[in-house]
Design a protein around this ligand. Structure first.
Ligand code: AMP
Ligand code: TRP
Length: 328
C-alpha cells in the first residue's frame, strides 16, 4: 500500500521558480511513489487580508500553474482547502492541545508580527496549527516543502505527538522533505534575500513569464564590475551562477566560470544566455497553461472533483478523531 504525501501552497499569485525548485518539482517526481494530496490553501491566504476578487483569481492562477506543471489527476488529488471544511474543524480540535507558546515561537510568526503589525490577526498566530491539520487530516507521512517551511512541519510533528499521547496512537509523525538543489532560490533584486512575491514583480521569475519578461527581469539584476574576481562572488553574481547551475548546460556554465576567473566576463552575455535557458525550460509549461486558461470551467471542475475526493478521506479520519476526543 502506498503511503500518503501532502503538500501545497497558499495562493497569492503565480508560481515562481523558487516555488518550483523548492517544492513543486519534487512533488511531480513523487506522484508515482505516494498517494499525493496537493492543496491550494486559501484559508491560509485569508490571514494576509486579500481582496475577495484577488483571492479568487489567485486560486485560479494556482490551479493553472499546478496543472500546467504536471500534477496528474489520474495519480494525485488536487484540492481547494475551503471546499473541505474538515480542515478547519480538525484545526480547532488541534488548537485545544497546542500551547500558545509553541505558536508564538515559530519564526514565521515573529516575521509576520513585524510585516503585518497593523493586522496581527489570530489567523497569523494559528497558521501553523491549521497547516498541521492540512497534513494530519490525511495521515500524511511526508511533506515536501521549501526550507522556510521546516519549523511548521516540526510543529505538526509535535502536535501529532501531543495528540497521540493524550488520545492514543492516531497520527503518524509527518517527515519533511527538502529538495536541496532548489531549497532556497534567491531574489533577483535583493540577492541576499529569498525570492518572494512580496518583494515585488522584478525580484522573481514566474513560470509563466514570457521570454521577453524573463530577459527584462534578469537585465536589472545587480552584478559587479567583473574585474575583481575573488574566491567569493558578490551576492548578485553568485545568484546568477546558481541559476546557471540549474538551467544551463555544463559547457555553458564552465565557459562563464572561466571568463569570471579570467576577469573578462560579460554579465550582459551571461544574463542573455540565462534568459534563453530559463525560457526554454518552461516552454511547454507556458503552452499548456495558455490552453488551460481558455477553459476556466474545466479547471474549476477539476478542483471541485479533487476536493470531493479529498473530502471522503477527510471525513473518515475526522470521524476517528472525534470519537477519540469524545465528540459525537
Ligand atoms: P510560498 O510562495 O511562500 O507560499 O511558498 C510555497 C512553497 O515554495 C513552499 O514550500 C516554500 O518553501 C517554497 N518556496 C518559496 N519561495 C522559495 C524560494 N525562494 N526558494 C525555494 N523554495 C521556495
Ligand atoms: N505554509 C505553506 C506555504 O506557505 C502552505 C501550506 C499550508 C502547506 N498548508 C500546508 C504546505 C500543508 C504543506 C502542507 O508554503
Amino acid at each position: 500500500m502506498k503511503r500518503t504525501l501532502v503538500s501545497g501552497i497558499k495562493p497569492s499569485g503565480r508560481l515562481h521558480i523558487g516555488n518550483y525548485f523548492g517544492a513543486v518539482k519534487s512533488w511531480l517526481e513523487l506522484q508515482d511513489s505516494y498517494n499525493c494530496i496537493f492543496g491550494i490553501y486559501d484559508l491560509h491566504a485569508l490571514t494576509q487580508g486579500p481582496k475577495p476578487a484577488d483571492l479568487k483569481k489567485a486560486v485560479f492562477e494556482a490551479a493553472l500553474d499546478y496543472l500546467a506543471a504536471g500534477i496528474d489527476m489520474d495519480k494525485s488529488i488536487l484540492m481547494l482547502q475551503s471546499l473541505v471544511p474538515e480542515h478547519a474543524e480538525l484545526a480547532w480540535i488541534l488548537d485545544t492541545i497546542t500551547p500558545i507558546s509553541w505558536l508564538e515561537r515559530v519564526p514565521t510568526f515573529k516575521d509576520k508580527s513585524k510585516q503585518f503589525a497593523d493586522n496581527l490577526n489570530m489567523g497569523l498566530l494559528n497558521y501553523p496549527a491549521l497547516m498541521a491539520a492540512d497534513i494530519l487530516l490525511y495521515k500524511a507521512v511526508i511533506v515536501p516543502v521549501g526550507e522556510d517551511q521546516l519549523p511548521h512541519i516540526e510543529l505538526a510533528r509535535e502536535i501529532a505527538r501531543a495528540f497521540n499521547n493524550k488520545y492514543g496512537e492516531t497520527f503518524p509523525e509527518p517527515m519533511h522533505k527538502v529538495n536541496h538543489a532548489g531549497a532556497r532560490i534567491m531574489s533577483l533584486t535583493y540577492p541576499e534575500r529569498k525570492m518572494e512575491k512580496s518583494l515585488g514583480e522584478k525580484n522573481y521569475i514566474a513560470l509563466s513569464d514570457s521570454p521577453e519578461i524573463i530577459a527584462k527581469k534578469l537585465a536589472s539584476a545587480p552584478t559587479d564590475s567583473g574585474k575583481n574576481a575573488s574566491a567569493s562572488k558578490s551576492p548578485g553574481v553568485a545568484n546568477l551562477f546558481e541559476l546557471l547551475d540549474i538551467f544551463s548546460k555544463d559547457a555553458v556554465i564552465g565557459g562563464f566560470e572561466k571568463a569570471y576567473r579570467d576577469k573578462v566576463i560579460s554579465y550582459a552575455d551571461l544574463k542573455q544566455q540565462l534568459a534563453t535557458d530559463i525560457a526554454a525550460y518552461f516552454e511547454s509549461f507556458r503552452a499548456k497553461r495558455i490552453q488551460l486558461a481558455k477553459k476556466p470551467d474545466a479547471v474549476w471542475k477539476i478542483l471541485r472533483e479533487g476536493s470531493a475526493r479529498a473530502k471522503k478521506i477527510a471525513e473518515k479520519n475526522l470521524r476517528e478523531v472525534k470519537e477519540k476526543v469524545g465528540l459525537l
